[in-house]
Design a protein around this ligand. Structure first.
Ligand SMILES: [Zn+2]
Length: 152
């Protein structure tokens, strides 16, 4: 667990220009990270999803449930992507978080709440906007590293 916290702190430090003392993942209760790992260790639930980019049916490790920022509707939606298409929306999400727009940050927290991470979402909402960005970057990284698995 020490390693995981260190990794999370490292990615937070890389993602923020705030002093190190102000941003540390230990301020979150780490439920996001630890639950993701716990779920990984259990037999993973398998979903049969349709990729919304290439419309290829996918399941198991090839089926990804991820948050996607929709710039037209100014909201983060849950989207399904296959193993070939899932990284692009994560890049778009990073760019949206980097913009620091309050709609992106608030919508990301709403998404986390919908996924059952209400406590973490509340913690992030209460943070400064710089800290919010750092937390959300760390979460996008953890999703890409498949330490956090979201569900349809
Ligand atoms: Zn696809």
């Amino acid at each position: 667990m020490t390693t995981i916290c260190d990794e999370a702190c490292d990615s937070l430090l890389a993602a923020t220009s705030e002093p190190a003392s102000e941003v540390c993942y230990t301020k979150l209760d780490l439920r996001l990270i630890t639950e993701g790992i716990r779920m990984d260790e259990e037999a993973p639930e398998s979903y049969f999803l349709l990729c919304s980019t290439c419309h290829t049916p996918c399941s198991g490790a090839d089926a990804h449930v991820i948050p996607r920022w929709n710039p037209e509707r100014r909201k983060i939606f849950t989207t399904y992507r296959c193993g070939n298409c899932w990284l692009q929306p994560l890049e778009e999400l990073r760019a949206a978080v980097a913009s620091g727009e309050s709609e992106v940050l608030a919508s990301f927290c709403d998404f986390l709440t919908r996924q059952g991470y209400r406590k973490d979402a509340d913690t992030i909402r209460a943070a400064s906007s710089g800290q919010q960005k750092a937390y959300l970057f760390a979460i996008v990284d953890a999703v890409q590293a498949q330490k956090i698995i979201f569900h349809p």
